[in-house]
Design a protein around this ligand. Structure first.
Ligand code: NAD
Length: 421
């Protein structure tokens, strides 16, 4: 997906650290432990020479950060974007550590990136670049050490190339080295819908807790891609919610009596965007400020900020995207009693099914989609219940509670494993 947006350049590392610091302060962590948990375990920078189609050589920059491997192999996606920085990758890697810990899956956190606008490369150039990156990291990646996945501008195709490159180097087919693969080469049923399905489960749980009926609730969804489109579809079809507004790079549309999501998905598939959908009217104002009960930011980071948070009208904000709410906005929303389901919990359905994919690869036995969905629901409900219990006990926001649960889980493992020196 595209990563442009007015506030996209607020430093995500600073945001991630502020969120961590607040939770760590509540847990009374001493300075040394805090430092240990915060710092990435390992960060690598790669120079990646690629022969272009015209015979010239271009050298790209790649990154891989392992934030933590305390609970298991580093887990996290690979982003292809012209603006990606080592700070971005480090922040995203830390978020993965906390996300995997909240979801209680046996992974640490990692993230990777290549500084490139993939739209400027031919398919073959893109493949050569991806394979060069994977080959360069073939001693870092591995089913037991570091398991990448898709992120912005990467998907099943790139994951298949990475799996193949790693397998060529290790002289055997190694499906479990990467997740988010096509079904035919070790992917999992249900993977594509997993993040949106997790968002739907979290929304349902929070509505139950605050006594707000989901049936008929008005939902606005920013971003109608993999996460937003699936979440909207499931909330409408399975929960009876009304999707009253949505947006993507093509524009924003609304319909107070509810958009026909099935027809909208077909429109987006045919026209590459929500704009022009006959069942809605163009929306001239910010979707984030639309009159609704539930807002699902599912596009970009840094969308709800100190500047616009006071104008958000939803009672529940379900973070499908990573980092859509800045710490300043969090404070404002929390002060107004808005329930923000934090990214590390709300969008953890994707990494949870990645874990299932890795498990299935290692067993060599593949589950039916229903089984994947049942196990996903079980995991997400547990995670939500653990976070909610902390909210009730600590009288804090869902975000701080989620961080507290995650930090305590990582800390416990460090405590049991001891400090090797
Ligand atoms: P995607 O590319 O499938 O969809 C992104 C959507 O956002 C598209 O509809 C795009 O048009 C829209 N968008 C882009 N810029 C916009 C803007 N300025 N205003 C409104 N809409 C805009 O990507 P995705 O996989 O759905 O990811 C969305 C977010 O969810 C990202 O933050 C991603 O990191 C996060 N996330 C994704 C997954 C996953 O499994 N796909 C898992 C966890 C988190």
């Amino acid at each position: 997906m595209a990563a442009e947006g007015v506030n996209a350049r607020l430093n995500p590392l600073e945001n991630a650290e502020r969120q961590f610091d607040e939770a760590a302060a509540r847990l009374g962590l001493d300075a040394g432990l805090k430092e240990m948990l915060k710092r990435p375990r390992r960060a690598t920078i790669q120079s990646l020479p690629v022969v272009m189609d015209d015979g010239t050589i271009r050298v790209f920059t790649g990154y891989r950060v392992q934030h933590s491997i305390a609970r298991g192999p580093a887990k996290g996606g690979i982003r292809f974007h012209q603006d990606v920085t080592l700070d971005d990758v480090a922040a995203l890697a830390a978020w993965m550590t906390w996300k995997c810990a909240v979801a209680d899956i046996p992974f640490g956190g990692g993230k990777g990136g290549i500084v490139v606008d993939p739209r400027t490369l031919s398919l073959r150039e893109l493949e050569r670049l991806t394979r060069r990156y994977a080959a360069d990291l073939s001693d870092v990646f591995g089913p037991d050490s570091d398991v990448p996945a898709p992120d912005v501008n990467t998907g099943e195709r790139e994951m298949a190339w990475i799996m193949d490159t790693f397998s060529m180097h290790s002289r055997r087919t190694e499906y479990a080295v990467v997740t988010g693969k096509p079904l035919e080469v070790g992917g999992s049923a249900g993977h594509r819908e997993a993040t949106g399905r997790g968002v739907r489960i979290c929304v349902e749980q929070v509505c139950r807790h605050i006594g707000m009926p989901l049936e008929g609730a008005r939902v606005a969804v920013q971003g109608f891609g993999n996460v937003g489109g699936v979440a909207a579809d499931l909330l409408a079809r399975e929960c009876g919610a009304r999707i009253v507004a949505t947006s993507d790079v093509s524009g924003a549309i609304h319909n107070a009596s509810g958009l026909d999501v099935t027809a909208l998905l077909a429109h987006v598939a045919a026209h590459k965007g929500v704009a022009g959908f006959a069942g809605g009217q163009p929306l001239g104002t910010s979707i984030l400020e639309y009159d609704c009960d539930i807002l699902v930011p599912a596009a970009l980071e840094n969308q709800i900020t100190g500047e616009n948070a006071a104008r958000v009208r939803a009672k529940v904000v379900a973070e499908g995207a990573n980092g859509p709410t800045t710490p300043d906005a969090d404070r404002i929303l929390d002060g107004r009693g808005v329930w923000v389901i934090p990214d590390i919990l709300c969008n953890s359905g994707g990494v949870t099914v990645s874990y299932f994919e890795w498990v299935q690869n290692r067993m060599g036995f593949y589950w039916m989609e229903d089984e994947v969905n049942i196990r996903l629901r079980e995991k997400m409900e547990h995670a939500f219940a653990d976070v909610l219990a902390t909210v009730v006990r600590e009288k804090c926001s869902l975000r701080i509670a989620a961080y507290m649960v995650a930090i305590q889980r990582v800390l416990k493992v460090h405590e049991l494993r001891g400090m090797y020196a």
